[in-house]
Each structure stands twice: as structure tokens, then as C-alpha cells.
Design a protein around this ligand. Structure first.
Ligand SMILES: Nc1ncnc2c1ncn2[C@@H]1O[C@H](COP(=O)(O)OP(=O)(O)O)[C@@H](O)[C@H]1O
Ligand SMILES: [Mg+2]
Length: 313
């Protein structure tokens, strides 16, 4: 620990007037899963492309495994695996053939069969890529990054568009790679996934970092206590003011316009008693009530006032 796999300072990529990446800085420890989170268009893919030497940076400094991806891409390429968001793959080959081809590019590549199994592609090993479903194609793209057996693996939205089973396969593959001592750089707009996998993360929005830290610390930093989430079918917005006045409550918001209300409380035992009395007095009908810990989704709303779409395209 302590060795940095990636160091980035004041990194920028401008496309004319468009500031795709606007002065970001962060470090990634070796052997960790690092997450870059942000909505569509935030600058995630552009950042990865600069980190692996596929896109020239406008400004700033980047060191990946001690190398400058702009100048030493050939050296770097041998030591990393990269899964781009929308890869172009040879459609006429079978899954196994393409994986063998990629394995040939690397000195210590994984065994093709092992990676095929890791990602649940065994029954598709001998079919042509053009016949794969969207989800299978995405998994293959991730398999091609993993097969490098690189020290550092970049995965650009590996779980977007996947079914739950495939997502679990990707998650367990990432954890397996981590247990082997590899560093994983992951982009996602799925906050649950980031919370489950990442040791450290940055949240970016419009090319800038808006939060940085471990999921646990970030949530603790922005929110003290717990959330009481209420489902109230026929509530008018004017009634929200009543909830704000309950004992222990620091904030009330309603992320999913309409029925759901999130009540942030520092002392939920006190708040819940007050809440029950209040709703009874007012004749407010509660359909469901849950206690929960704030999540990264709540944090994103807190920081930007918008909801992060957990599925994109
Ligand atoms: N080659 C390009 N030319 C012009 N604009 C681009 C190019 N690539 C990306 N962009 C723009 O840069 C911004 C960041 O894009 P991207 O890095 O793909 O975001 P993300 O991966 O977070 O969805 C977007 O506004 C996108 O339209
Ligand atoms: Mg992207």
C-alpha cells in the first residue's frame, strides 16, 4: 500500500468551448477499486481515454504506473487492460477466438477459459460475436480487458445495460481481480454498485470533481444520522412543512417527485414518535415507512439538486 497506480493533476480536455474535463486531480492507490461516478456527459470516458493514452490532454499531468500515457503508451499498453464504453469488436470471430487473439497481445495473459467462466460466457464461447445479445457483448468487452492480466484494469461502465445476474458476475470478477492485488479503475453511474465495490471514489459533474473520498466517509461527511423514507400516496406539497418541524429532523426532501418523502434525522427514536403523532393528528395516511442509511444517490442529489439516473445508454 502507499504506492500510487495513478496520479492526476489539473487534468483538462477541451473540445473547442466544451470543457469535457475541467481541471480534475486525484490519486489511485495500488490494489484498490477506484470509482469515477457521474451522469452521462460528465467526462468519465474522456478521462479514461486520456489515462490510457487514446486521447491527447489539453492540459495537466498524468502518471499511470509511473508512465506518461501521452508519451509512453506502448510501454503502458502491455501492463494494463482497458474496456472502453463502446468498443468495436471483430464480429465474424467467435468469443473464444477473439479472446485468444487478445490474450496473444500480452505476456502473462489469463487463460481464456478461466475468464470466459468468470463472466458466465461459457455457453457462448463458440458462437460468433455478431450473434451475441447486447448484455453478452458488454460482458465480452469486459472479458477482453480482464484477459490482459494487467496490473491495472480500466472498466468504463461495465455494468450499464446488464441484467442483474450479469451485474453480479461483473461485480464478483472485479472483487476477484482486487483479491489478486490488481488495481481497478471503474466508471459507473450506478451508485449502489460504487458503494459496494469502491474503496475510494470521485463524483464528477460537468467535468469537475464535486466530491472525493471513500463511500463511507463521504456519506458520513454530508449526512449525520439516518433517513426515514415515507411513502404517502395522497400528500400535497404544502404538508412537507409539517415534517420539517418534527423533533430531530435536519432536512426533508422528496427525490421522486410525488409520493416519496425523505426525512433526515439525527435522532430517529425521537423523530419517529413525533412523526406518528403528527400523521395521526393530520390524518395523513402512510403507505410505507422505512429507516435507511443515506446512500451515494442521496449524496448526488444533495450536491447537485438532481437525481443521478441509474440507467443510461
Ligand atoms: N470527440 C469529441 N468531440 C467533442 N465533444 C466530445 C467528444 N468526446 C466527448 N465529448 C463531449 O465531452 C463531454 C464528456 O463526454 P464523456 O467523457 O463521454 O462523458 P461520460 O463518459 O461521463 O458520459 C460530453 O459533453 C461529450 O459530448
Ligand atoms: Mg462514458
Amino acid at each position: 500500500m502507499g504506492e500510487k497506480a495513478i496520479r492526476v493533476e489539473k487534468l483538462k480536455k477541451y473540445y473547442g468551448d466544451l470543457k469535457a474535463v475541467d481541471g480534475i486531480g486525484f490519486e489511485v492507490e495500488q490494489g484498490t477499486v477506484f470509482g469515477m461516478l457521474g451522469p452521462n456527459g460528465a467526462g468519465k470516458t474522456t478521462t479514461i481515454e486520456m489515462l490510457v493514452g487514446l486521447t491527447e490532454r489539453t492540459d495537466g499531468s498524468v502518471e499511470v504506473l509511473g508512465l506518461d500515457p501521452g508519451k509512453e503508451q506502448d510501454k503502458l499498453k502491455k501492463r494494463i487492460g482497458v474496456r472502453l464504453q463502446s468498443p468495436a469488436l471483430f464480429n465474424h470471430l467467435t468469443v473464444r477466438e477473439l479472446m485468444d487473439l487478445y490474450a496473444g497481445f500480452y505476456e502473462n495473459a489469463f487463460d481464456t477459459k478461466e475468464v470466459i467462466e468468470m463472466l458466465g460466457l461459457s455457453d457462448k464461447a463458440n458462437v460468433r460475436i455478431e450473434t451475441l445479445s447486447g448484455g453478452q457483448f458488454h460482458k465480452l468487452a469486459t472479458a477482453l480487458a480482464i484477459i490482459s492480466n494487467g496490473e491495472l484494469i480500466f472498466l468504463d461502465e461495465p455494468s450499464t445495460g446488464l441484467d442483474p445476474q450479469s451485474r453480479r458476475e461483473i461485480r464478483s470478477a472485479i472483487l476477484k481481480l482486487k483479491s489478486m492485488g490488481k488495481t481497478i479503475f471503474l466508471t459507473t453511474h450506478n451508485m449502489d454498485e460504487a458503494e459496494a465495490l469502491c474503496d475510494d471514489l470521485i463524483i464528477i459533474d460537468y467535468g469537475k470533481i464535486i466530491a472525493k473520498g471513500s463511500p463511507f466517509d463521504l456519506i458520513a461527511q454530508y449526512f449525520g444520522g439516518k433517513i426515514i423514507e415515507l411513502l404517502v400516496p395522497d400528500l400535497e406539497k404544502k404538508d412537507y412543512h409539517g415534517f420539517e418541524k418534527l423533533e430531530g429532523v435536519s432536512k426533508v426532501d422528496y427525490p421522486k417527485e410525488g409520493k416519496n418523502i425523505n426525512i433526515y434525522t439525527q435522532d430517529y427514536a425521537v423523530t419517529i414518535i413525533d412523526l406518528i403523532n403528527y400523521t395521526r393528528e393530520q390524518g395523513i395516511n402512510i403507505e410505507n415507512l422505512e429507516f435507511r442509511r443515506p446512500t451515494l444517490d442521496d449524496l448526488f442529489i444533495e450536491l447537485t439538486g438532481r437525481e443521478m439516473k441509474s440507467e443510461g445508454f
